[in-house]
Design a protein around this ligand. Structure first.
Ligand code: PRP
Length: 211
Protein backbone atom coordinates (compact mmCIF):
# COMPACT_ATOMS: atom_id res chain seq x y z
CA UNK A 1 0.00 0.00 0.00
CA UNK A 2 1.37 3.41 -0.88
CA UNK A 3 1.43 6.36 1.48
CA UNK A 4 -1.23 9.03 1.38
CA UNK A 5 0.40 12.39 2.00
CA UNK A 6 -1.20 15.38 3.70
CA UNK A 7 0.11 18.94 3.29
CA UNK A 8 -1.02 21.14 6.14
CA UNK A 9 -0.75 24.91 6.40
CA UNK A 10 1.54 25.28 9.39
CA UNK A 11 0.27 27.05 12.48
CA UNK A 12 -3.22 27.15 13.87
CA UNK A 13 -4.87 25.36 10.95
CA UNK A 14 -2.49 22.39 11.20
CA UNK A 15 -3.18 22.01 14.90
CA UNK A 16 -6.94 22.13 14.40
CA UNK A 17 -6.66 19.70 11.50
CA UNK A 18 -4.79 17.15 13.61
CA UNK A 19 -7.41 17.52 16.37
CA UNK A 20 -10.11 16.81 13.82
CA UNK A 21 -8.26 13.85 12.30
CA UNK A 22 -7.80 12.36 15.77
CA UNK A 23 -11.57 12.15 16.07
CA UNK A 24 -11.57 9.65 13.20
CA UNK A 25 -8.61 7.71 14.54
CA UNK A 26 -5.87 9.34 12.47
CA UNK A 27 -2.95 10.19 14.75
CA UNK A 28 0.57 11.36 14.29
CA UNK A 29 2.35 11.38 17.65
CA UNK A 30 5.69 12.71 16.42
CA UNK A 31 3.99 15.84 15.11
CA UNK A 32 2.99 16.88 18.63
CA UNK A 33 6.56 17.58 19.65
CA UNK A 34 6.55 21.38 19.43
CA UNK A 35 10.35 21.59 19.48
CA UNK A 36 10.93 19.36 16.49
CA UNK A 37 12.49 20.82 13.34
CA UNK A 38 11.37 17.85 11.31
CA UNK A 39 9.37 18.68 8.22
CA UNK A 40 7.75 15.36 7.48
CA UNK A 41 5.95 12.98 9.82
CA UNK A 42 4.88 9.42 9.25
CA UNK A 43 2.25 7.08 10.62
CA UNK A 44 3.61 3.73 9.44
CA UNK A 45 0.62 1.77 10.62
CA UNK A 46 -1.91 3.77 8.62
CA UNK A 47 0.52 4.43 5.76
CA UNK A 48 0.07 8.19 6.06
CA UNK A 49 2.55 11.04 5.79
CA UNK A 50 2.08 14.60 6.92
CA UNK A 51 4.09 17.69 6.17
CA UNK A 52 3.79 21.28 7.25
CA UNK A 53 4.19 23.92 4.59
CA UNK A 54 3.72 27.63 4.35
CA UNK A 55 0.00 28.17 3.74
CA UNK A 56 0.51 29.78 0.32
CA UNK A 57 2.52 26.74 -0.82
CA UNK A 58 -0.07 24.10 0.14
CA UNK A 59 -2.11 24.57 -3.09
CA UNK A 60 1.09 24.14 -5.11
CA UNK A 61 2.04 20.87 -3.41
CA UNK A 62 -1.46 19.50 -3.97
CA UNK A 63 -1.77 20.60 -7.60
CA UNK A 64 1.52 18.89 -8.49
CA UNK A 65 0.65 15.76 -6.53
CA UNK A 66 3.51 16.08 -4.04
CA UNK A 67 0.69 15.89 -1.49
CA UNK A 68 -2.51 13.94 -2.12
CA UNK A 69 -4.56 15.96 0.34
CA UNK A 70 -4.15 19.51 1.60
CA UNK A 71 -5.75 21.60 4.30
CA UNK A 72 -5.65 25.33 3.71
CA UNK A 73 -7.79 28.46 4.04
CA UNK A 74 -10.24 29.43 1.32
CA UNK A 75 -8.46 32.81 1.19
CA UNK A 76 -5.24 31.09 0.08
CA UNK A 77 -7.11 28.87 -2.39
CA UNK A 78 -8.71 31.90 -4.04
CA UNK A 79 -5.44 33.81 -4.12
CA UNK A 80 -3.32 30.99 -5.53
CA UNK A 81 -5.81 29.86 -8.19
CA UNK A 82 -4.52 26.29 -8.47
CA UNK A 83 -6.23 23.19 -9.83
CA UNK A 84 -7.50 20.46 -7.52
CA UNK A 85 -10.76 19.28 -6.00
CA UNK A 86 -12.03 21.28 -3.05
CA UNK A 87 -13.89 18.53 -1.24
CA UNK A 88 -14.88 19.83 2.15
CA UNK A 89 -15.39 22.85 4.37
CA UNK A 90 -13.81 21.85 7.69
CA UNK A 91 -15.73 24.53 9.56
CA UNK A 92 -12.83 26.08 11.48
CA UNK A 93 -10.56 29.01 10.69
CA UNK A 94 -13.63 31.07 9.87
CA UNK A 95 -13.02 34.64 8.78
CA UNK A 96 -14.18 37.19 6.22
CA UNK A 97 -12.21 38.71 3.38
CA UNK A 98 -13.06 42.40 3.46
CA UNK A 99 -12.24 45.82 2.13
CA UNK A 100 -11.27 47.80 5.22
CA UNK A 101 -10.17 51.32 5.95
CA UNK A 102 -11.00 54.44 7.91
CA UNK A 103 -14.58 55.67 7.79
CA UNK A 104 -13.46 58.47 5.48
CA UNK A 105 -12.63 55.94 2.75
CA UNK A 106 -16.31 55.02 2.40
CA UNK A 107 -17.05 57.82 0.01
CA UNK A 108 -13.95 57.11 -2.08
CA UNK A 109 -15.39 53.65 -2.67
CA UNK A 110 -18.85 54.99 -3.40
CA UNK A 111 -17.55 57.54 -5.89
CA UNK A 112 -15.48 54.89 -7.71
CA UNK A 113 -12.31 56.90 -7.23
CA UNK A 114 -8.89 55.71 -8.32
CA UNK A 115 -7.66 54.57 -4.93
CA UNK A 116 -4.73 52.50 -3.72
CA UNK A 117 -5.45 49.11 -2.15
CA UNK A 118 -2.87 47.44 0.09
CA UNK A 119 -3.14 43.66 0.37
CA UNK A 120 -1.49 40.32 0.98
CA UNK A 121 -4.10 39.07 -1.49
CA UNK A 122 -3.52 41.03 -4.72
CA UNK A 123 -5.38 38.49 -6.90
CA UNK A 124 -8.49 38.56 -4.71
CA UNK A 125 -8.33 42.36 -4.59
CA UNK A 126 -7.92 42.57 -8.38
CA UNK A 127 -10.78 40.19 -9.03
CA UNK A 128 -13.07 42.07 -6.67
CA UNK A 129 -12.34 45.60 -7.84
CA UNK A 130 -11.89 44.87 -11.56
CA UNK A 131 -14.42 42.14 -12.23
CA UNK A 132 -17.11 42.60 -9.58
CA UNK A 133 -17.08 46.34 -8.89
CA UNK A 134 -15.62 47.55 -12.17
CA UNK A 135 -13.56 50.09 -10.27
CA UNK A 136 -10.03 50.90 -11.41
CA UNK A 137 -7.63 50.82 -8.46
CA UNK A 138 -3.93 50.50 -7.86
CA UNK A 139 -3.10 47.36 -5.94
CA UNK A 140 -0.04 47.34 -3.72
CA UNK A 141 1.19 43.93 -2.59
CA UNK A 142 2.12 43.69 1.09
CA UNK A 143 3.27 40.76 3.19
CA UNK A 144 1.82 41.39 6.64
CA UNK A 145 0.60 43.95 9.17
CA UNK A 146 -1.50 45.26 6.31
CA UNK A 147 -3.52 47.49 8.65
CA UNK A 148 -0.54 49.81 8.71
CA UNK A 149 -1.03 50.86 5.09
CA UNK A 150 -4.04 53.19 5.49
CA UNK A 151 -2.70 54.52 8.80
CA UNK A 152 0.62 55.68 7.37
CA UNK A 153 -0.84 56.75 4.03
CA UNK A 154 0.44 54.00 1.76
CA UNK A 155 -3.07 53.17 0.59
CA UNK A 156 -6.61 54.39 1.13
CA UNK A 157 -8.01 50.92 1.88
CA UNK A 158 -6.83 47.35 2.39
CA UNK A 159 -8.18 43.96 1.40
CA UNK A 160 -7.55 41.60 4.28
CA UNK A 161 -9.02 38.88 6.45
CA UNK A 162 -11.05 39.88 9.47
CA UNK A 163 -11.52 37.30 12.17
CA UNK A 164 -12.50 38.91 15.47
CA UNK A 165 -12.20 42.48 14.15
CA UNK A 166 -9.95 43.52 17.01
CA UNK A 167 -6.95 44.44 14.82
CA UNK A 168 -9.20 46.83 12.90
CA UNK A 169 -10.79 48.28 16.03
CA UNK A 170 -7.49 48.86 17.79
CA UNK A 171 -6.22 50.74 14.77
CA UNK A 172 -9.26 52.91 14.07
CA UNK A 173 -10.26 51.02 10.95
CA UNK A 174 -13.48 49.28 9.98
CA UNK A 175 -14.99 46.86 7.51
CA UNK A 176 -16.22 48.83 4.50
CA UNK A 177 -17.26 45.99 2.18
CA UNK A 178 -17.36 42.23 2.52
CA UNK A 179 -15.89 40.19 -0.33
CA UNK A 180 -16.21 36.54 0.71
CA UNK A 181 -16.42 34.26 3.74
CA UNK A 182 -13.47 31.96 4.28
CA UNK A 183 -12.66 28.87 6.37
CA UNK A 184 -10.35 25.88 6.25
CA UNK A 185 -10.94 23.57 3.29
CA UNK A 186 -9.78 20.09 2.44
CA UNK A 187 -8.44 19.83 -1.10
CA UNK A 188 -7.44 16.73 -3.07
CA UNK A 189 -5.11 16.24 -6.02
CA UNK A 190 -7.09 15.31 -9.13
CA UNK A 191 -5.05 12.20 -9.96
CA UNK A 192 -4.90 11.01 -6.34
CA UNK A 193 -8.68 11.18 -6.20
CA UNK A 194 -8.84 8.58 -8.98
CA UNK A 195 -5.89 6.42 -7.91
CA UNK A 196 -6.71 6.33 -4.20
CA UNK A 197 -10.43 6.92 -4.39
CA UNK A 198 -11.38 4.35 -1.80
CA UNK A 199 -9.02 5.50 0.93
CA UNK A 200 -9.56 9.20 0.30
CA UNK A 201 -13.35 8.88 0.16
CA UNK A 202 -13.24 6.89 3.38
CA UNK A 203 -11.40 9.76 5.11
CA UNK A 204 -13.87 12.32 3.72
CA UNK A 205 -16.91 10.29 4.73
CA UNK A 206 -15.65 9.74 8.27
CA UNK A 207 -14.74 13.41 8.64
CA UNK A 208 -18.21 14.45 7.50
CA UNK A 209 -19.67 12.33 10.29
CA UNK A 210 -17.74 14.18 13.00
CA UNK A 211 -17.97 17.76 11.70
C1 PRP B 1 -4.42 38.45 10.17
C2 PRP B 1 -5.05 39.50 9.28
C3 PRP B 1 -5.40 40.61 10.22
C4 PRP B 1 -5.76 39.85 11.49
C5 PRP B 1 -7.26 39.73 11.62
O1 PRP B 1 -3.09 38.77 10.34
O2 PRP B 1 -4.16 39.91 8.25
O3 PRP B 1 -4.30 41.44 10.44
O4 PRP B 1 -5.18 38.55 11.39
O5 PRP B 1 -7.63 39.13 12.82
P1 PRP B 1 -8.63 39.83 13.85
O6 PRP B 1 -9.80 40.33 13.06
O7 PRP B 1 -8.99 38.73 14.80
O8 PRP B 1 -7.90 40.95 14.53
P2 PRP B 1 -2.03 37.74 10.94
O9 PRP B 1 -2.22 37.63 12.40
O10 PRP B 1 -2.12 36.48 10.18
O11 PRP B 1 -0.62 38.45 10.72
P3 PRP B 1 -0.02 39.38 9.58
O12 PRP B 1 -0.62 40.73 9.78
O13 PRP B 1 1.45 39.41 9.83
O14 PRP B 1 -0.36 38.81 8.26
Amino acid sequence: MRYITFALAKGRLAKKTMELLEKIGIFCEEMKDEKTRKLIFVNEELKLKFFLAKATDVPTYVEYGAADIGVVGKDTILEEGRHFYEVMDLGFGKCRMCVCGPESAKELLERNELIRVGSKYPEIAKDYFYHKKHQTVEIIKLNGSVELAPIVGLSEVIVDIVETGSTLRENGLQVLEEIVECSARMVVNEVSMKMEQERIMDIITRLKEVI
